[in-house]
Design a protein around this ligand. Structure first.
Ligand code: NAD
Ligand code: MG
Length: 398
């Protein structure tokens, strides 16, 4: 039986809601018992209130101060305290718990992930953008506080499960699998007209809008390559990406003796979340199981870097090091949301990232001194301005 006092940051999102769903299933099967300290969400007050009524956290926080009254009304008559805004989310993240899920999307999740990393709790990190922005410092902060960082991203959870942490010199390379996204076989001419609706309809995974767009451009695999480099202290030339459209093998570790270990499972985020929740134990829940005979075959192919240039841009950013991965992340985030807002064509997402990286490099963008989180947020803000101006330039040229 797993007993945990828990906070979920970004509870109303895809990963956050899956976390609570998994916890409910573990309770139903008698394998878990959970107390919830805090839940945070964004604009979806109805969902946050429903979750708070079910889990009775001490605190429920919305990111949006204009919606605080709505949240207060929805939770009136309960003993759940309410709060709103970024500072309240950071306060929620610093409350003492055993386990904290960081599943806010984008660089908006960095401050609270950073705060959680300093508490000594086990940090289940779904928010890959915070690792990409300041991974080494974040990892160091968790260690120094006596906590533990457990990756939630399915690929990194896979590697984490088969990686020999006690003897990393036994590893030759990491192999990240990628589904290839919804446009794996779409000819480039047809990619010009891709709509947000088409881009968020992922063939295997049900996810939030931003990561779905990232999967469609393969920027997601680029972010994950950087994430893997930091988490497992691996240089970029020892991280390969292979497209595996069935999303059954979630990633692999090749050992120096030629043996390669893979982790497999149906594409359901609740399995890596369950792994992070119970680690080093295992928790039973009503998990979907693999039926290999029914699957029949698993296939693999090399990624097409011409149609999906974001993957190589991420590799170049990782090679450049310093603040460049944070620049890649911010430029990609601005471009992905501009695409979702119909202000940018699909193929221009990577073009905006490439141009922003070039401008940032020319401008000598680097981390300032002081707190690593603050330095990363400055680079993030400056890059956002650059990326917005690149997008405005494209709109004017059109
Ligand atoms: P989502 O869009 O479904 O949910 C995001 C959550 O963050 C919501 O609770 C939202 O209210 C909150 N949020 C958004 N903007 C915020 C802000 N400015 N301040 C505070 N809170 C804010 O996203 P998701 O798909 O659940 O992804 C969350 C994170 O997990 C991302 O970093 C993503 O890359 C990573 N991840 C997701 C999946 C998946 O299957 N969805 C898989 C691997 C990794
Ligand atoms: Mg992933």
């Amino acid at each position: 039986m797993i007993r945990r006092r828990i906070t979920v940051l970004g509870a109303t999102g895809s990963v956050g809601a899956s976390t609570l769903d998994l916890m409910a299933q573990a309770e139903a099967t008698g394998t878990g018992a959970f107390e919830v300290e805090a839940l945070t969400g964004g604009a979806n007050i109805a969902k946050l209130a429903e979750q708070a009524k079910r889990w009775r956290p001490k605190l429920a926080v919305t990111a949006d101060p204009a919606r605080l009254d709505e949240l207060r009304d929805a939770l009136s008559g309960t003993d759940v305290a309410v709060a709103a805004g970024d500072a309240a989310i950071v306060e929620a993240a610093t409350r003492p718990v055993d386990w904290i899920m960081a599943s806010i999307v984008g660089a908006a999740g960095l401050k609270s992930a950073w705060a959680a990393a300093g508490t000594g709790a086990t940090l289940a990190l779904a928010n890959k953008e915070s690792l990409v922005c300041c991974g080494p410092a974040l990892i160091e902060r968790v260690k120094r506080a006596g906590g533990r960082l457990i990756p939630v991203d399915s690929e990194h959870s896979a590697i984490f499960q088969v990686f020999p942490a006690e003897a990393p010199e036994r590893v030759a390379k990491l192999i990240l699998t990628a589904s290839g996204g919804p446009f794996r076989n779409t000819p480039r001419e047809q990619m010009v007209a891709i709509t947000p609706e088409q881009a968020v309809a992922h063939p295997n995974w049900s996810m939030g809008a931003k990561i779905s767009v990232d999967s469609a451009t393969m920027a997601n695999k680029g972010l994950e390559m950087i994430e893997a480099a930091y988490l497992f202290d691996m240089p970029q030339d020892r991280i390969d990406v292979v497209v595996h459209p069935e999303s059954i093998i979630h990633s692999l570790v090749e050992y120096v003796d030629g043996s390669t270990l893979a982790q497999m499972g149906p594409p359901d985020m609740r399995t890596p979340i369950a792994c992070a929740l119970a680690w080093p134990d295992r928790i039973a829940w009503l998990a979907p199981k693999l039926d290999l005979a029914q699957l029949g075959r698993l296939t693999f192919e090399a990624p097409d870097l011409t149609r999906f240039p974001a993957l190589d841009l991420a590799r170049q950013a990782l090679k450049a090091g310093g603040a460049t991965p944070a620049v890649f992340n911010a430029a990609n985030e601005v471009a992905a949301f501009a695409f979702l807002d119909r202000k940018l064509a699909f193929l221009n997402i990577a073009a905006v990232v490439a141009e922003t990286l070039e401008r940032a490099t020319k401008a000598g963008m680097a981390f300032g001194s002081g707190d690593a989180c603050g330095a990363a947020l400055s680079v993030d803000a400056e890059t956002r301005r650059m990326a917005e101006s690149v997008i405005a330039g494209l709109a004017n040229a059109a």
